[in-house]
Ligand binder design. Structure first.
Ligand code: C2E
Ligand code: CA
Ligand code: CA
Ligand code: CA
Length: 279
């Protein structure tokens, strides 16, 4: 096609420009959106394949935008992290999740662990510990009913001052999970010293476990390590029955993924849970 080069560039520029504009707009809207209750927490079950029990739930944010529809966190979390609005959003998720958990505990709908994602930047507030403690007290939830999911970056060399904060939070009974394990830069050496209770194997390893001997070997190695280090292990991104079976056969019983359920809004999650127990 003749002259397509020039057009490509202008098309690219226009697309880039639209992206940047959207970014700036979303960034400016986050605070109002929290106030307007446009953010929602959705819930995804974590299953033990031996007992078939739903022992945990991960909280995942959604933005119900008035003009753009439902926006996923992969788009707005990086924006919120860059602008600092993640601190406000993080507080919203913690409060919403604990309020929901209290309700579910009272009605005997769910009494397991609520897992909440926490960004690196939330550690910049020196009140993360106080915030967690106060939320637990306010909602009358025992510490060991929640788990904070953090990424390896929280334990990187430049952030070594975050580990004592996590240790103090664990002092409340709260569990700490390392998210997306295996995708960051942390060495196994460092895993040894991390104040954590749970390792979440990233979905990229789970993806190909049925076909790739190498990914199978990685998961086998992690299962061994987790036993030695006395931490629990969960595989995320389980999408098929074959993956679920294979993981169970290897000894990885804690699983999460679309095969069981996609993340759902609170009401739908309750329905899913009721039907799951009937099966
Ligand atoms: P994550 O913490 O690793 O969460 C898992 C992501 O994988 C979620 O995407 C979930 O919907 C998706 N997922 C679950 N099962 C499957 C599966 O079987 N297959 C596939 N392909 N995907 C699956 P989601 O909800 O779009 O969230 C994306 C990321 O946004 C999260 O990754 C997390 O890093 C971040 N995020 C979400 N909610 C929050 C939050 O409340 N606070 C913070 N700081 N980050 C959040
Ligand atoms: Ca997570
Ligand atoms: Ca993850
Ligand atoms: Ca992730």
């Amino acid at each position: 096609v003749k002259n397509s080069g020039g057009n490509h560039y202008s098309l690219f520029d226009a697309r880039e420009k639209a992206k940047i504009t959207q970014r700036l707009e979303l960034e400016a809207e986050i605070s109002t959106a929290i106030a307007n209750k446009n953010f929602e927490v959705w819930y995804q079950p974590q299953i033990n394949t031996l007992t078939h029990e739903v022992y945990g739930i991960e909280c995942l944010l959604r933005w119900n935008h008035p003009t753009q529809g439902m926006i996923g966190p992969d788009l707005f979390i990086p924006i919120a992290e860059a602008s600092g609005a993640i601190k406000e959003l993080g507080s919203f998720v913690l409060e919403t999740a604990c309020k929901q958990l209290r309700q579910w505990r009272i009605n005997n709908i769910f009494t397991g662990i609520m897992a909440i994602n926490v960004s690196l930047r939330q550690f910049e507030r020196n009140d993360l510990l106080a915030q967690v403690r106060e939320t637990l007290i306010k909602e009358m939830i025992p510490g060991d009913a929640i788990e904070l999911e953090v990424t390896e970056s929280v334990f990187s060399e430049g952030n070594c001052h975050h580990s004592p904060i996590l240790s103090a939070i664990r002092g409340l009974g709260v569990k700490v999970a390392i998210d997306d394990f295996g995708t960051g830069y942390s060495s196994l050496q460092r895993l040894k010293n991390m104040p954590i209770d749970n390792v979440k194997i990233d979905k990229c390893f789970v993806n190909r476990i049925v076909y790739s001997r190498k990914d199978e070997a990685i998961i086998q190695a992690l299962i061994l390590l987790s036993k030695t280090f006395n931490v629990s292990l969960i595989a995320e991104g389980v999408e098929t029955k074959q993956q679920a079976k294979k993981l169970t056969k290897l000894g990885c019983f804690n699983q999460q993924g679309y095969f069981y359920s996609k993340p759902l809004p609170a009401e739908q999650f309750e329905l899913w849970l009721t039907n799951y127990h009937k099966e």
